[in-house]
Design a protein. Structure first.
Length: 330
């Protein structure tokens, strides 16, 4: 058995659903051009950090001296259907995107990547150099996942795997260990399928962030507005947020590849149920409860969640918008 196969089997044993290896060369010109043109068009909104470290983002080798390979893993986070049926409540509630109903994926994936690295070191590779990346590192991870054969990038700008759909968290190990790239990395597209004439995600986007010309205007995206954007949300966009308290997944929910996607098989990845009396419930949250929160109670409720990144005041801003929209609707 080759070292690549041994690493793959260990990754699957650790609970990852997808695995691929690509070289550490720069992102191909097509993907690099898409990204740089997106920045020039002003579609990054106020995410100034997207304009920084562009060279690092497009070239894994800049993140690690003498980098040779990138190991890319994917974790399917589609919840079981019986876990996502919301309870009825008389109080006005705000919706939470499904990815945020799990424990914080950054630490979960990072912990398992370190375990995978320990395994690699045990294969007489103790001196291997590495850089572990999970979302927050400047790296074009979807382009690398595409090149490693994990899927294709759809019209919703998500990585889509024909079997697992587009609810996939990604993680990478950049290493100086030279590994043969997966066969999928030399095919275009890496996996069969594609969006062809489908435009369901474009039609479902509440704000038109997914543009007909194929561009993605992040400044209009509800994910961006409710999570990344720190200022006052313009009324014309706030009204389209509806009762979405944190994030939006309309473009995922309607994707044909998502319809028959299997549920998350990793039983260690904690999902918080939505049931009365559960103080950590996440699918729908009482908006008045949010408005009553102080900093301490916010930290207590969301300490292990990605929701904590926007802070108590950010969540309260969103709660006020949701309440206003619910009031107008009724």
């Amino acid at each position: 058995m080759s070292i690549s196969q041994e690493i793959k089997y260990k990754a699957i044993e650790l609970g990852f659903d997808l695995f691929g290896i690509t070289d550490a060369s720069p992102i191909d010109n097509k993907q690099a051009k898409i990204f740089t043109e997106w920045l020039k068009s002003g579609f990054a909104g106020e995410m100034a950090y997207m304009h920084r470290n562009v060279r690092k983002r497009l070239n894994p080798a800049v993140l690690l001296e003498n980098a040779q390979s990138v190991i890319v893993v994917g974790l399917n986070y589609t919840p079981s259907k019986h876990k996502t049926k919301p309870f009825e409540s008389d109080a006005p509630t705000g919706r939470i995107a499904e990815y945020a109903q799990y424990e914080d994926y950054h630490s979960f994936i990072k912990e398992r990547l370190y375990k995978l690295l320990d395994y690699i070191k045990s294969l007489d590779r103790a001196d291997v150099k590495f850089k572990i990346c999970v979302d927050s590192v400047p790296l074009a991870e979807r382009a690398l996942a595409l090149r490693a054969g994990l899927g294709f990038i759809g019209k919703n700008h998500m990585l889509i795997n024909p079997e697992f759909g587009c609810r996939i968290f990604l993680g990478e190990i950049i290493t100086d260990l030279k590994l043969p790239p997966d066969v999928g990395a030399v095919r275009e597209p890496p996996l069969p399928g594609g969006c062809a004439g489908c435009r369901k995600c474009l039609d479902a986007c509440p704000t038109g962030a997914l543009r007909p010309d194929g561009q993605f205007d992040a400044g209009k995206c509800i994910n961006y507005l409710t999570i990344e954007y720190k200022g006052h949300i313009p009324p014309e966009l706030a009204g389209k947020i509806g009762d979405r308290l944190f994030g939006c997944e309309e473009c995922i929910d309607v994707c044909p590849y998502q319809q028959n996607a299997p549920a998350c098989g990793n039983k260690q990845f904690e999902f918080y149920p939505d049931s009365p009396g559960d103080s950590l419930r996440r699918a729908r949250i009482d908006l008045q409860e949010i408005l009553r929160m102080d900093a301490e109670s916010f930290r207590a409720k969301f300490s292990g969640s990605v929701i904590k990144r926007i802070g108590a005041e950010g969540l309260k801003r969103n709660a006020r918008i949701c309440l206003a929209n619910i009031t107008c609707r009724s």
